[in-house]
Ligand binder design. Structure first.
Ligand code: PBG
Length: 303
């Protein structure tokens, strides 16, 4: 007799797709499951830019509390939405194989690219990188789940909006009129799903552990460590991407000023066995090359 694993998720189409993927994989391993969906604070507070809310974990907090209160056994998240420090008692029990990591631009037509234009995104990282490449453009805030954001792009006089390709592919709403932004460094852990559980719940933690993909686990660890060392709890325009090829881990990290005029980046490779502390090493190099001053300025501007 095995108990039922209750899977907590947000109720957006993308979140449900991700929870269903975890359900299918757990059931393939012989576990019984049940999906329980909740509305998160991040989904309810849509009228303010994310960074203005001033807290990280706005998408995960409701599920953290449900899990701590024993309402669900595990929770599924887009890993990039998860704060680098988990609440006490909650552990990361699996990182699923990664999907596409890239950002894309969904556009109406592309003529604007080399003149003036208005781009919508709620992400400081996307805004800063866009303005760095297109200084004559304007960036406006855009919030809501993937479907809402696609609709808002249609309803407003903007030239385009930026999305994670993985999100649009998963729920099969990737429009023809998009281009891959291969020059844009994605958010740490973009395209990866993570499952968390209670540390003292050995049954659920061991079940979920079976879904872990070690290459994605290692790459997202390096990216999130880079983020954690740089920002220390605030939000900033930071991108990071690691990938493993044969036995090498390749890393790219970036920190920009909010207006995109300043940019610090790093590209480094190591043997993939030496991944522990590599994210930290890369972050310290950025901090020593002007990053400390840049982070100070960002924190002041956001306060
Ligand atoms: N912050 C919202 C969010 N969280 C995860 C994804 C997409 C899936 C992923 O990046 O893993 C998205 C949408 C987006 O950034 O366009």
């Amino acid at each position: 007799m095995s108990k039922i694993i209750r899977i907590g998720t947000r109720d957006s189409q993308l979140a449900l797709w991700q929870a269903h993927t975890v359900r299918d994989q757990l059931e393939a391993h012989g576990y019984k499951t049940q999906i329980i969906s909740v509305k998160s604070t991040g989904d309810l507070l849509l009228d303010k830019p994310l960074y203005e809310l001033g807290i990280t974990g706005i998408f995960t907090k409701t599920l953290d509390i449900a899990m701590i209160n024993g309402k669900v056994d595990i929770a599924v998240h887009s890993m990039k939405d998860v704060p680098t420090r988990l609440p006490k008692g909650i552990v990361q029990s699996a990182v699923l194989p990664r999907a596409n990591t890239q950002d894309i631009l969904v556009y109406k037509d592309l003529d604007f690219l080399n003149s003036k234009g208005t781009i919508a995104t709620g992400s400081l990282r996307r805004q800063a990188q866009w303005l760095n490449k297109y200084p004559s453009h304007k960036v406006v805030d855009l919030r809501g789940n993937v479907n809402t954001r696609l609709q808002k792009l249609q309803d407003n006089p903007w030239n385009g909006a930026i999305f994670a390709k993985a999100g649009l592919e998963r729920i099969e709403v990737l429009p023809q009129n998009h281009i891959d932004l291969d020059w844009m460094v994605p958010a740490p852990a973009q395209g990866a799903m993570v499952v968390v559980s209670m540390e003292n719940d050995a049954f659920s933690t061991e079940a979920v552990r079976k879904l872990n993909d070690s290459a994605t686990d290692i790459c997202t660890h390096v990216e999130r460590e880079f983020l954690q060392v740089l920002e220390g709890g605030c939000t900033a325009p930071i991108g990071a991407l690691a990938n493993i090829e044969k036995d090498k881990l390749h890393f790219e990290g970036i920190l920009l000023s909010l207006d995109g005029t300043q940019k610090l980046s790093i590209k480094k490779s190591i043997s993939s066995q030496d991944y522990t502390d590599f994210g930290k090493l890369c972050a310290l190099e950025i901090l020593n090359n002007g990053g400390t001053e840049m982070m100070k300025k960002i924190k002041k501007e956001l306060a």
